[in-house]
Design a protein around this ligand. Structure first.
Ligand code: TYM
Length: 335
């Protein structure tokens, strides 16, 4: 228990369901690296969540490995952070099942992501898509995480995780730590560049709406140059009336650290053309070293293998302790 007393824990993850987006980077990964000294950090490739939507198997394998390389390239030192693949730690599936039995149909029905994804995948509304939040609750609770650093869209899932944990603790006594969501002030909700009323997402129908972390600079610049703005010709933060410009300001602020007032001053009296070019360049420069390092790491598969193997071992150790407690509490006969 020494570790649990000394350092608070963090758990988070991303689905390797395609190329990593600028939204996932600014909403999640970018903020993770700074936490390693203060917290005991666990970050996973959430591959089990990914199959709730049909995947091409070879792509899923490739995306999982690329995601690991991108985590490391983004500054997550594998010595200081436990980096692992969810399916390599069977306790996730095992606790997920137990928690399914403590999660209510009604509360799952209210999940925004379920409603969105079932609308987008009307021919494959499977049980996994529905019970996804119980699996995610298990991911977090297995590590007794204090904090879950995510973008704003995952807040509802962390809240249901708290409800499930409180319910379980209420029945069986203190078993799970109750986690808090940890959402960045800037970058928590990056919107599509072409339809700024929607979240930036890899499932965006318009390929120009979503920027990818590992995309070529010229493609990133082209997307920013095409980004939707308005007819007001004034760089001002006003998400309600100027969603496109405000989204670009969020991105610029997250990439450069500049406050909104500074950005307004910098572009006062200048056209949107200049502004969009500057935002694009700030993103290109932020991502360039990450892309180059990811490519380098991907050429060393043996190294990546050692990282995910040791990650699985370190994660399993913690996860199995929690799973053991849970099995005992619910009344499973010890083997
Ligand atoms: P996923 O894979 O959809 O997204 C990964 C992370 O990126 C954030 N994010 C965004 N942030 C800001 N703006 C955006 N446009 C944007 N798009 C994505 C998400 O909030 C998230 O932090 N269910 C999770 C994965 C997961 C998980 C977990 C997370 C599985 N188990 C346990 C935390 C803890 C998901 O689908 O994220």
């Amino acid at each position: 228990m020494e570790n649990e007393v000394q350092k608070k824990r963090i758990l988070s993850g991303i689905q390797p369901s395609g190329n990593l987006t600028l939204g996932s980077y600014l909403g999640a990964i970018k903020n993770w690296a700074a936490l390693a000294d203060e917290y005991d950090c666990y970050y996973m490739m959430a591959d089990m969540h990914t199959i709730t939507v049909r995947q091409v198997p070879a792509d899923l394998r490739r995306n999982t490995l690329t995601q690991l390389a991108a985590y490391i390239a983004s500054g997550l030192d594998p010595e200081k952070n436990v980096l692992f693949v969810q399916s390599h730690v069977p306790a996730h599936a095992q606790l997920g099942w137990v928690l399914d039995c403590y999660t209510m149909f009604g509360e799952l029905s209210r999940m925004t992501q379920f409603k969105d994804k079932s609308a987008k995948n009307a021919d494959n509304i499977n049980a996994g898509l529905f019970t996804y939040p119980a699996l995610m609750a298990g991911d977090i609770l297995l590590y007794q995480a204090d904090l879950v650093p995510v973008g704003g869209d995952q807040k509802q899932h962390v809240e249901i995780c708290r409800d499930i944990a409180n319910r379980f603790n209420g029945i069986y006594g203190e078993t799970f730590k109750i986690p808090e969501p940890y959402i960045p002030k800037v970058g928590a909700r990056i919107m599509s560049l072409t339809s700024p009323e929607n979240k930036m997402s890899k499932s965006d129908k318009d390929p120009n709406g979503c920027v990818y972390m590992l995309e070529k600079p010229e493609d990133i610049m082209r997307k920013f140059k095409k980004a939707v703005t308005d007819s007001d010709a004034c760089v001002r933060f006003d998400p309600e009336n100027k969603p496109g410009v405000s989204n670009l300001m969020q991105i610029y602020s997250a990439a450069t650290g500049a406050a909104f007032e500074q950005i307004e001053a910098e572009f006062a009296g200048r056209g949107y053309g200049d502004f969009k070019k500057a935002v694009g360049e700030s993103v290109v420069e932020m991502l360039r070293p990450i892309r180059e390092e990811t490519e380098r790491l991907l050429s060393d598969k043996a190294y990546l293998e050692t990282i995910y193997r040791s990650g699985a071992e370190r994660a399993s150790y913690v996860a199995n302790r929690t799973l053991g407690k849970v099995y005992k509490k619910v009344g499973f006969l010890a083997r």
